[in-house]
Design a protein around this ligand. Structure first.
Ligand SMILES: NC(=O)C1=CN([C@@H]2O[C@H](COP(=O)(O)OP(=O)(O)OC[C@H]3O[C@@H](n4cnc5c(N)ncnc54)[C@H](OP(=O)(O)O)[C@@H]3O)[C@@H](O)[C@H]2O)C=CC1
Ligand SMILES: O=C(O)C1=N[C@H](C(=O)O)C[C@H](O)C1
Length: 256
């Protein structure tokens, strides 16, 4: 891959999951951007080779955790950079991706658990707060058509809180529960309990609740419209050429 310059014209973007709730918003945002060109819309049943025929330079993927790894394999093999919103990335998947990219050091792949700027900030605030509080739990609330639980954002937040607590040498959280109905205490991600609500009318929301003797801190973020993800997606598309290799989290592209 060679470095881009302005004389290369608008960045050529392909969207995968183009008919989906978020993919459709991405197509619209790219089309009105003025500096990006939508060259391929791919959805279920379409051939990925269309991306090569259309000379896509970057793909945006908002599909399903079950299909995204095959898409990324295709992109890496064909030197196409990738901005990925699809959830379902655990450490094993990230390790696999890093290995695929070893032979392509100039190729950028961004796995972003959440593209809403407020969500990215809220995750960073949670990371900062983690070492000051004895207890921390995450509540994520989403629309009931969501396929996966816990959400990618909640899992990412819980992992970062766990790492921050471990780095600070904190003791395990106090929890005297010895008798528990299945699921009553949520799902354990790292050392942090995550509770998943699926409620008609909602889109994407998260609360991180911290507590210590005499005080609590609640960090809440609400995506009230899927347009909330678009500034982050556009930021990623415009910046990916400056970030070769694997990046996890939009904060890696932001000056935080
Ligand atoms: N990082 C972030 O900021 C955000 C991430 N997300 C994540 O993005 C993903 C998509 O969410 P959402 O848009 O709500 O989901 P949708 O189900 O609305 O959209 C997914 C689209 O992908 C299509 N699709 C399925 N399989 C393939 C395939 N093999 N190739 C191409 N397209 C395919 C689906 O088609 P069909 O319906 O026919 O199967 C559907 O049109 C989820 O993992 C979600 O968690 C969502 C919002 C923000
Ligand atoms: O499915 C969704 O809607 C969302 N998925 C992502 C996740 O799993 O965290 C991001 C956001 O919460 C919306």
């Amino acid at each position: 891959m060679t470095k881009r310059s302005e004389s290369d014209g608008p960045l050529r973007v392909g969207v995968i999951g183009a008919l989906g709730r978020v993919g459709a918003e991405v197509c619209a945002a790219v089309e009105v951007s003025g500096d990006l060109e939508l060259v391929a819309r791919i959805d279920a049943g379409d051939e990925l080779s269309t991306l090569v025929d259309a000379r896509a330079e970057v793909v945006v993927d908002f599909t399903h955790p079950d299909v995204v790894m095959d898409t990324l394999r295709f992109c890496v093999d064909n030197d196409i950079q990738a901005v990925v919103g699809t959830s379902g990335f655990d450490s094993a998947r990230l390790q696999t991706l890093a290995e695929w990219l070893e032979g392509k050091p100039e190729l950028g792949v961004l796995i972003a658990p959440n593209f809403a700027i407020g969500a990215v900030l809220s995750i960073r605030f949670a990371e900062i707060a983690a070492k000051y509080y004895d207890s921390a739990e995450v509540i994520e609330l989403h629309h009931p058509r969501k396929a996966d639980a816990p959400s990618g954002t909640a899992a990412h937040t819980a992992r970062l809180i766990t790492q921050a607590r471990q780095a600070a040498g904190m003791a395990p959280m106090l929890d005297a529960t010895t008798q528990e109905a299945d699921g009553a205490r949520g799902n354990l991600v790292g050392d942090v309990r995550v509770h998943s609500l699926r409620i008609a009318g909602l889109i994407a929301h998260q609360e991180v609740v911290f507590g210590t003797e005499g005080e609590t801190l609640t960090l809440r973020h609400d995506s009230l419209d899927r347009k909330s993800f678009m500034p982050g997606v556009l930021l990623a598309l415009r910046s990916i050429h400056d970030h070769p290799g694997l990046s996890v989290g939009l904060d890696e592209y932001m000056d935080l």
